[in-house]
Design a protein around this ligand. Structure first.
Ligand SMILES: [Zn+2]
Ligand SMILES: [Zn+2]
Length: 355
Protein backbone atom coordinates (compact mmCIF):
# COMPACT_ATOMS: atom_id res chain seq x y z
CA UNK A 1 0.00 0.00 0.00
CA UNK A 2 1.49 3.31 -1.10
CA UNK A 3 1.60 5.88 1.68
CA UNK A 4 0.72 8.92 -0.37
CA UNK A 5 -2.66 10.12 -1.55
CA UNK A 6 -1.62 12.15 -4.55
CA UNK A 7 -4.82 13.74 -5.95
CA UNK A 8 -5.50 15.63 -9.20
CA UNK A 9 -7.21 18.86 -8.24
CA UNK A 10 -8.90 21.39 -10.47
CA UNK A 11 -8.00 24.61 -8.67
CA UNK A 12 -9.80 26.91 -11.09
CA UNK A 13 -10.54 26.79 -14.82
CA UNK A 14 -7.40 25.85 -16.76
CA UNK A 15 -5.43 24.98 -13.63
CA UNK A 16 -4.94 21.35 -12.57
CA UNK A 17 -2.59 20.71 -9.66
CA UNK A 18 -1.31 17.50 -8.08
CA UNK A 19 -1.55 17.68 -4.31
CA UNK A 20 -1.21 15.35 -1.35
CA UNK A 21 -4.42 14.80 0.60
CA UNK A 22 -4.82 12.66 3.74
CA UNK A 23 -5.76 9.01 3.06
CA UNK A 24 -9.47 8.90 4.04
CA UNK A 25 -10.87 6.43 6.61
CA UNK A 26 -13.88 4.32 5.60
CA UNK A 27 -17.05 4.67 7.69
CA UNK A 28 -18.91 1.52 8.93
CA UNK A 29 -20.59 0.84 5.54
CA UNK A 30 -17.74 2.10 3.40
CA UNK A 31 -14.58 0.78 1.77
CA UNK A 32 -11.21 2.37 1.13
CA UNK A 33 -10.15 1.84 -2.46
CA UNK A 34 -6.74 1.95 -4.04
CA UNK A 35 -7.68 3.71 -7.26
CA UNK A 36 -6.65 1.87 -10.43
CA UNK A 37 -7.96 3.45 -13.65
CA UNK A 38 -9.87 6.72 -14.08
CA UNK A 39 -11.18 7.77 -17.50
CA UNK A 40 -11.46 11.34 -18.76
CA UNK A 41 -15.06 12.31 -19.55
CA UNK A 42 -16.30 15.26 -21.61
CA UNK A 43 -17.77 16.78 -18.43
CA UNK A 44 -14.33 16.77 -16.72
CA UNK A 45 -12.95 18.71 -19.67
CA UNK A 46 -15.81 21.25 -19.53
CA UNK A 47 -14.99 21.94 -15.86
CA UNK A 48 -11.30 22.25 -16.69
CA UNK A 49 -11.74 24.64 -19.61
CA UNK A 50 -14.88 26.59 -18.66
CA UNK A 51 -15.40 25.96 -14.93
CA UNK A 52 -18.88 24.61 -15.62
CA UNK A 53 -20.86 21.83 -17.27
CA UNK A 54 -24.58 22.30 -17.90
CA UNK A 55 -26.06 23.78 -14.72
CA UNK A 56 -23.10 22.78 -12.48
CA UNK A 57 -20.49 25.46 -11.69
CA UNK A 58 -17.02 25.06 -10.13
CA UNK A 59 -16.76 27.40 -7.13
CA UNK A 60 -13.85 25.93 -5.17
CA UNK A 61 -10.98 23.51 -5.83
CA UNK A 62 -12.21 19.98 -6.55
CA UNK A 63 -10.59 16.56 -7.08
CA UNK A 64 -11.29 15.50 -10.68
CA UNK A 65 -12.53 12.16 -12.02
CA UNK A 66 -15.65 10.00 -11.86
CA UNK A 67 -15.27 7.09 -14.32
CA UNK A 68 -13.27 4.68 -12.24
CA UNK A 69 -12.22 1.28 -11.00
CA UNK A 70 -10.24 0.31 -7.92
CA UNK A 71 -9.10 -2.39 -5.51
CA UNK A 72 -10.57 -2.66 -2.02
CA UNK A 73 -7.82 -2.19 0.57
CA UNK A 74 -9.81 -1.69 3.77
CA UNK A 75 -13.40 -2.33 4.82
CA UNK A 76 -15.55 -0.54 7.37
CA UNK A 77 -16.79 -2.54 10.40
CA UNK A 78 -20.22 -3.35 8.87
CA UNK A 79 -19.16 -4.20 5.32
CA UNK A 80 -20.22 -7.75 4.38
CA UNK A 81 -20.09 -8.04 0.58
CA UNK A 82 -16.51 -6.97 -0.11
CA UNK A 83 -13.07 -7.78 1.21
CA UNK A 84 -9.56 -6.47 0.70
CA UNK A 85 -8.23 -7.46 -2.72
CA UNK A 86 -11.61 -7.29 -4.49
CA UNK A 87 -11.45 -5.52 -7.86
CA UNK A 88 -14.43 -3.24 -8.41
CA UNK A 89 -16.10 -0.84 -10.83
CA UNK A 90 -17.13 2.26 -8.89
CA UNK A 91 -20.51 3.88 -9.43
CA UNK A 92 -19.59 7.51 -8.79
CA UNK A 93 -22.79 8.99 -7.32
CA UNK A 94 -24.12 8.12 -3.86
CA UNK A 95 -27.66 9.47 -3.37
CA UNK A 96 -29.34 10.56 -0.11
CA UNK A 97 -31.47 7.35 0.00
CA UNK A 98 -34.28 9.28 1.77
CA UNK A 99 -35.97 11.63 -0.73
CA UNK A 100 -38.99 11.02 -2.96
CA UNK A 101 -36.75 10.15 -5.93
CA UNK A 102 -34.52 7.76 -4.01
CA UNK A 103 -37.54 6.03 -2.53
CA UNK A 104 -39.16 5.56 -5.94
CA UNK A 105 -36.03 4.07 -7.50
CA UNK A 106 -34.97 7.15 -9.44
CA UNK A 107 -31.92 8.00 -7.36
CA UNK A 108 -30.11 9.45 -10.37
CA UNK A 109 -32.29 12.57 -10.04
CA UNK A 110 -31.86 12.82 -6.26
CA UNK A 111 -31.21 16.52 -5.55
CA UNK A 112 -28.79 15.60 -2.75
CA UNK A 113 -26.73 13.00 -4.62
CA UNK A 114 -23.01 13.25 -3.94
CA UNK A 115 -21.61 12.71 -7.41
CA UNK A 116 -17.85 12.56 -7.96
CA UNK A 117 -16.33 15.63 -9.62
CA UNK A 118 -19.64 17.47 -9.88
CA UNK A 119 -19.04 20.65 -7.88
CA UNK A 120 -18.62 20.88 -4.97
CA UNK A 121 -18.11 17.08 -4.55
CA UNK A 122 -14.57 15.72 -4.89
CA UNK A 123 -13.91 13.04 -7.50
CA UNK A 124 -11.67 9.98 -7.41
CA UNK A 125 -8.69 10.85 -9.62
CA UNK A 126 -6.34 10.11 -6.73
CA UNK A 127 -4.38 7.24 -5.17
CA UNK A 128 -7.16 6.54 -2.64
CA UNK A 129 -10.88 7.07 -2.40
CA UNK A 130 -13.59 6.09 0.08
CA UNK A 131 -17.12 5.22 -0.96
CA UNK A 132 -20.17 3.23 0.10
CA UNK A 133 -19.96 -0.57 -0.17
CA UNK A 134 -23.11 -0.88 -2.31
CA UNK A 135 -21.79 1.49 -4.99
CA UNK A 136 -18.86 -0.83 -5.71
CA UNK A 137 -19.44 -3.70 -8.16
CA UNK A 138 -17.09 -6.69 -8.23
CA UNK A 139 -15.45 -7.26 -11.59
CA UNK A 140 -15.77 -10.76 -13.07
CA UNK A 141 -12.38 -12.40 -13.67
CA UNK A 142 -12.60 -11.84 -17.45
CA UNK A 143 -12.88 -8.07 -17.00
CA UNK A 144 -9.94 -5.67 -16.53
CA UNK A 145 -9.79 -2.47 -14.50
CA UNK A 146 -10.12 -0.57 -17.79
CA UNK A 147 -13.34 -2.47 -18.53
CA UNK A 148 -14.51 -1.54 -15.03
CA UNK A 149 -13.89 2.14 -15.75
CA UNK A 150 -15.85 1.88 -19.01
CA UNK A 151 -18.91 0.65 -17.08
CA UNK A 152 -19.65 4.31 -16.29
CA UNK A 153 -20.36 5.45 -19.88
CA UNK A 154 -21.89 2.03 -20.64
CA UNK A 155 -24.29 2.42 -17.69
CA UNK A 156 -25.33 5.79 -19.18
CA UNK A 157 -26.15 3.93 -22.41
CA UNK A 158 -28.00 1.11 -20.61
CA UNK A 159 -30.14 3.69 -18.84
CA UNK A 160 -31.02 5.29 -22.20
CA UNK A 161 -31.90 1.86 -23.67
CA UNK A 162 -34.34 1.27 -20.84
CA UNK A 163 -35.95 4.71 -21.16
CA UNK A 164 -36.19 4.31 -24.95
CA UNK A 165 -37.60 0.78 -24.62
CA UNK A 166 -35.08 -0.46 -27.19
CA UNK A 167 -35.79 -4.09 -28.04
CA UNK A 168 -35.30 -6.79 -30.67
CA UNK A 169 -36.02 -5.21 -34.06
CA UNK A 170 -35.66 -1.56 -33.01
CA UNK A 171 -34.45 0.89 -35.65
CA UNK A 172 -32.14 3.40 -33.97
CA UNK A 173 -30.47 6.70 -34.75
CA UNK A 174 -27.48 7.84 -32.68
CA UNK A 175 -26.30 11.43 -33.14
CA UNK A 176 -22.72 11.89 -32.00
CA UNK A 177 -20.01 9.20 -31.85
CA UNK A 178 -18.08 10.26 -28.75
CA UNK A 179 -17.72 7.70 -25.94
CA UNK A 180 -21.39 8.00 -24.91
CA UNK A 181 -22.64 7.65 -28.49
CA UNK A 182 -20.35 4.67 -29.04
CA UNK A 183 -21.44 2.99 -25.80
CA UNK A 184 -25.04 3.62 -26.89
CA UNK A 185 -24.34 1.76 -30.13
CA UNK A 186 -22.89 -1.19 -28.16
CA UNK A 187 -25.85 -1.24 -25.77
CA UNK A 188 -28.46 -0.92 -28.55
CA UNK A 189 -26.80 -3.84 -30.31
CA UNK A 190 -26.86 -5.92 -27.13
CA UNK A 191 -30.56 -5.07 -26.69
CA UNK A 192 -31.29 -6.46 -30.16
CA UNK A 193 -31.57 -3.35 -32.34
CA UNK A 194 -32.06 -4.25 -36.01
CA UNK A 195 -30.58 -1.14 -37.65
CA UNK A 196 -28.34 1.51 -36.14
CA UNK A 197 -27.26 4.69 -37.94
CA UNK A 198 -24.60 6.89 -36.34
CA UNK A 199 -23.70 10.45 -37.32
CA UNK A 200 -20.65 12.52 -36.35
CA UNK A 201 -18.31 15.14 -37.77
CA UNK A 202 -15.16 13.00 -37.42
CA UNK A 203 -14.43 10.00 -39.62
CA UNK A 204 -12.23 8.17 -37.09
CA UNK A 205 -15.13 8.08 -34.65
CA UNK A 206 -17.49 6.78 -37.32
CA UNK A 207 -15.01 4.01 -38.16
CA UNK A 208 -15.15 2.91 -34.55
CA UNK A 209 -18.96 3.15 -34.55
CA UNK A 210 -18.97 0.57 -37.35
CA UNK A 211 -16.70 -1.73 -35.34
CA UNK A 212 -19.04 -1.40 -32.36
CA UNK A 213 -22.06 -2.49 -34.35
CA UNK A 214 -23.43 0.44 -36.38
CA UNK A 215 -24.94 -0.63 -39.72
CA UNK A 216 -24.66 2.84 -41.25
CA UNK A 217 -22.58 5.94 -40.57
CA UNK A 218 -22.91 9.47 -41.85
CA UNK A 219 -20.39 12.30 -41.62
CA UNK A 220 -22.59 15.39 -41.44
CA UNK A 221 -19.87 18.07 -41.77
CA UNK A 222 -20.96 20.88 -44.04
CA UNK A 223 -24.51 19.47 -44.41
CA UNK A 224 -27.57 21.57 -43.51
CA UNK A 225 -30.47 20.23 -41.45
CA UNK A 226 -32.65 19.34 -44.44
CA UNK A 227 -29.82 17.50 -46.18
CA UNK A 228 -29.05 15.48 -43.02
CA UNK A 229 -32.75 14.65 -42.54
CA UNK A 230 -33.03 13.40 -46.10
CA UNK A 231 -29.80 11.38 -45.94
CA UNK A 232 -30.71 9.75 -42.60
CA UNK A 233 -34.05 8.57 -43.97
CA UNK A 234 -32.56 7.34 -47.23
CA UNK A 235 -29.90 5.28 -45.40
CA UNK A 236 -32.31 3.76 -42.87
CA UNK A 237 -35.11 3.41 -45.47
CA UNK A 238 -37.54 3.96 -42.58
CA UNK A 239 -37.94 6.29 -39.62
CA UNK A 240 -36.16 5.30 -36.40
CA UNK A 241 -38.21 4.04 -33.44
CA UNK A 242 -35.62 5.56 -31.13
CA UNK A 243 -33.26 8.47 -31.74
CA UNK A 244 -30.64 9.61 -29.28
CA UNK A 245 -28.90 12.95 -29.10
CA UNK A 246 -25.38 12.29 -27.79
CA UNK A 247 -23.63 15.41 -29.09
CA UNK A 248 -25.17 18.16 -26.93
CA UNK A 249 -26.14 19.97 -30.14
CA UNK A 250 -29.34 21.82 -30.94
CA UNK A 251 -29.18 20.76 -34.58
CA UNK A 252 -28.98 17.10 -33.55
CA UNK A 253 -31.85 17.46 -31.08
CA UNK A 254 -34.00 19.08 -33.79
CA UNK A 255 -33.15 16.24 -36.14
CA UNK A 256 -34.30 13.67 -33.55
CA UNK A 257 -37.65 15.42 -33.26
CA UNK A 258 -38.07 15.60 -37.03
CA UNK A 259 -37.16 12.05 -38.02
CA UNK A 260 -38.36 9.87 -35.13
CA UNK A 261 -41.17 7.53 -36.14
CA UNK A 262 -44.73 8.27 -34.98
CA UNK A 263 -45.16 6.88 -31.49
CA UNK A 264 -41.38 6.69 -31.08
CA UNK A 265 -38.98 8.08 -28.50
CA UNK A 266 -36.27 10.71 -28.71
CA UNK A 267 -33.71 10.75 -25.93
CA UNK A 268 -31.60 13.73 -24.93
CA UNK A 269 -28.35 12.31 -23.58
CA UNK A 270 -25.66 14.84 -24.56
CA UNK A 271 -25.15 17.70 -22.14
CA UNK A 272 -25.40 20.86 -24.25
CA UNK A 273 -26.78 24.37 -23.96
CA UNK A 274 -29.66 24.96 -21.56
CA UNK A 275 -31.93 26.46 -24.23
CA UNK A 276 -32.86 25.07 -27.62
CA UNK A 277 -35.37 25.92 -30.35
CA UNK A 278 -37.26 22.74 -31.25
CA UNK A 279 -39.88 21.76 -33.90
CA UNK A 280 -42.47 20.68 -31.30
CA UNK A 281 -45.31 20.80 -33.84
CA UNK A 282 -43.78 17.78 -35.57
CA UNK A 283 -43.57 15.93 -32.23
CA UNK A 284 -47.21 16.65 -31.38
CA UNK A 285 -48.83 15.17 -34.47
CA UNK A 286 -46.60 12.07 -34.25
CA UNK A 287 -47.02 11.63 -30.49
CA UNK A 288 -43.26 11.49 -30.06
CA UNK A 289 -42.04 11.13 -26.50
CA UNK A 290 -39.04 13.28 -25.66
CA UNK A 291 -37.04 12.06 -22.66
CA UNK A 292 -34.04 13.48 -20.85
CA UNK A 293 -31.71 10.67 -19.76
CA UNK A 294 -29.37 11.53 -16.90
CA UNK A 295 -26.62 9.24 -15.67
CA UNK A 296 -28.03 5.85 -14.45
CA UNK A 297 -29.83 4.09 -11.67
CA UNK A 298 -29.38 0.39 -10.95
CA UNK A 299 -27.72 0.03 -14.37
CA UNK A 300 -24.17 -1.01 -13.41
CA UNK A 301 -24.97 -4.73 -12.95
CA UNK A 302 -26.48 -4.89 -16.43
CA UNK A 303 -23.57 -3.02 -18.02
CA UNK A 304 -21.13 -5.44 -16.36
CA UNK A 305 -23.13 -8.47 -17.47
CA UNK A 306 -23.18 -7.21 -21.07
CA UNK A 307 -19.39 -7.11 -21.17
CA UNK A 308 -18.81 -10.25 -19.08
CA UNK A 309 -21.01 -12.29 -21.42
CA UNK A 310 -19.47 -10.80 -24.57
CA UNK A 311 -22.74 -9.23 -25.74
CA UNK A 312 -21.09 -5.79 -25.74
CA UNK A 313 -17.44 -5.00 -26.37
CA UNK A 314 -16.37 -1.52 -25.35
CA UNK A 315 -12.63 -2.13 -25.21
CA UNK A 316 -12.10 -0.46 -28.58
CA UNK A 317 -12.91 2.90 -26.96
CA UNK A 318 -9.59 3.07 -25.11
CA UNK A 319 -7.06 5.04 -27.15
CA UNK A 320 -4.56 6.56 -24.66
CA UNK A 321 -2.87 5.80 -21.34
CA UNK A 322 -1.27 8.18 -18.83
CA UNK A 323 -0.15 8.00 -15.22
CA UNK A 324 -1.67 10.08 -12.43
CA UNK A 325 1.43 12.28 -12.53
CA UNK A 326 0.70 12.97 -16.22
CA UNK A 327 -2.87 14.18 -15.62
CA UNK A 328 -2.25 17.64 -17.15
CA UNK A 329 -0.85 16.05 -20.31
CA UNK A 330 -3.79 13.63 -20.48
CA UNK A 331 -6.26 16.53 -20.37
CA UNK A 332 -4.30 18.46 -23.00
CA UNK A 333 -4.35 15.39 -25.24
CA UNK A 334 -8.15 15.31 -24.92
CA UNK A 335 -8.47 19.06 -25.57
CA UNK A 336 -6.15 19.12 -28.59
CA UNK A 337 -7.41 15.78 -29.96
CA UNK A 338 -3.83 14.49 -30.23
CA UNK A 339 -3.77 11.02 -31.79
CA UNK A 340 -7.54 10.82 -32.37
CA UNK A 341 -8.58 10.24 -28.75
CA UNK A 342 -11.81 8.51 -27.77
CA UNK A 343 -11.33 7.38 -24.16
CA UNK A 344 -8.19 8.44 -22.32
CA UNK A 345 -7.29 6.37 -19.27
CA UNK A 346 -5.31 7.66 -16.29
CA UNK A 347 -3.58 4.99 -14.21
CA UNK A 348 -3.53 5.86 -10.51
CA UNK A 349 -1.73 2.81 -9.18
CA UNK A 350 1.99 3.72 -8.95
CA UNK A 351 2.86 0.11 -9.90
CA UNK A 352 1.08 0.31 -13.26
CA UNK A 353 3.38 -0.26 -16.23
CA UNK A 354 2.46 0.42 -19.87
CA UNK A 355 2.15 -2.80 -21.89
ZN1 LIG B 1 -18.83 10.90 -17.47
ZN1 LIG C 1 -32.36 11.27 -2.60
Amino acid sequence: MAQDNLSAILVKPNEIKLEQRPIPEPGPNQVLLQMEVVGICGSDVHYWLEGRCGPFILEKPMVMGHEASGTVVKCGSEVTSLEPGDRVAIEPGVPCRRCEFCKTGRYNICPDILFCATPPVDGNLARYFVTDEDFCFKLPCNMSFEDGTLMEPLAVAVHACKLGKVTIGSVCLVLGAGPIGLCTVAAFRAYGARKILVTDLLDYRLELAKKMGANFTLNTSGMDEDAVTEKVLSLLKEEPHVSVECAGSEQCARLCMKVTRAGGVMILLGMGGLEMTMPFGAALVKEITSIGSFRYNNDYPEAIEMVRSGRADVRGLVTHHFTLEETQKAYETHRDKIGNPIKIMIHCNPNWKPE
